[in-house]
Design a protein around this ligand. Structure first.
Ligand SMILES: NC(=O)c1ccc[n+]([C@@H]2O[C@H](COP(=O)([O-])OP(=O)(O)OC[C@H]3O[C@@H](n4cnc5c(N)ncnc54)[C@H](O)[C@@H]3O)[C@@H](O)[C@H]2O)c1
Length: 148
């Protein structure tokens, strides 16, 4: 079973974040530039929320607000669920499904150590299953599986 630590070793530990006083427009610009769907909200070194494309869709567009006149603090989700590096991909998937979230910050010893998305978790699970299938093919046929 893969751990969060293994996902972070592949994708890196950088976390893109904004302050709560950033305008939603500027936050969206960062998300577009970095090709990401969420930003952690950090205020004086403390995580104070997370803002996703979904927050924008539901709390700005559908409310008839303007992104240049709205601050991240007005639409962010203040309750931030997180995982630790030792947790498994299954733990992350269960949390994401049960809580209907797509991004999880990673903490280690109370310090921010990365951020993973639902795509990262699905990729890790698929890689793991493919590895198991290859091992089984090798075992059954007695030959290494050279496809890939
Ligand atoms: N092939 C891959 O390795 C891979 C991995 C993840 C996502 N994806 C693809 O990207 C698309 C969208 O993915 P998603 O819905 O998981 O979310 P997403 O677009 O928010 O995430 C894309 C990548 O950016 C990273 N990311 C997102 N927000 C971040 C932040 N604030 N700080 C640091 N890193 C951040 C994620 O961890 C992920 O690796 C999907 O089409 C998915 O298949 C591909």
């Amino acid at each position: 079973m893969k751990t969060v630590n293994e996902i972070l070793k592949l994708k890196g530990s950088d976390v893109f974040s904004v302050s709560p006083d950033t305008t939603v427009y500027d936050a969206l610009r960062i998300m577009a530039d970095k090709q990401i769907g969420a930003l952690l909200v950090v205020d004086e070194g403390e995580v104070s929320g997370i803002m996703s494309e979904r927050d924008y869709a539901r709390k700005v567009i559908l409310q008839g607000k303007l992104s240049k006149d709205t601050l991240v603090r007005e639409i962010m989700s203040p309750r931030v669920l997180f995982v630790t590096k030792e947790q498994s991909t299954e733990d992350c998937m269960a949390l994401m499904i049960n809580k209907r979230i797509r991004h999880l910050p990673v903490f280690e010893n109370e310090r921010l150590a990365g951020l993973i998305s639902i795509g990262d978790v699905v990729k890790a699970v698929i890689d793991e299953k493919e590895f198991t299938i290859d091992q089984l093919v090798n075992y059954i046929t007695g030959k290494p599986n050279l496809k890939q």
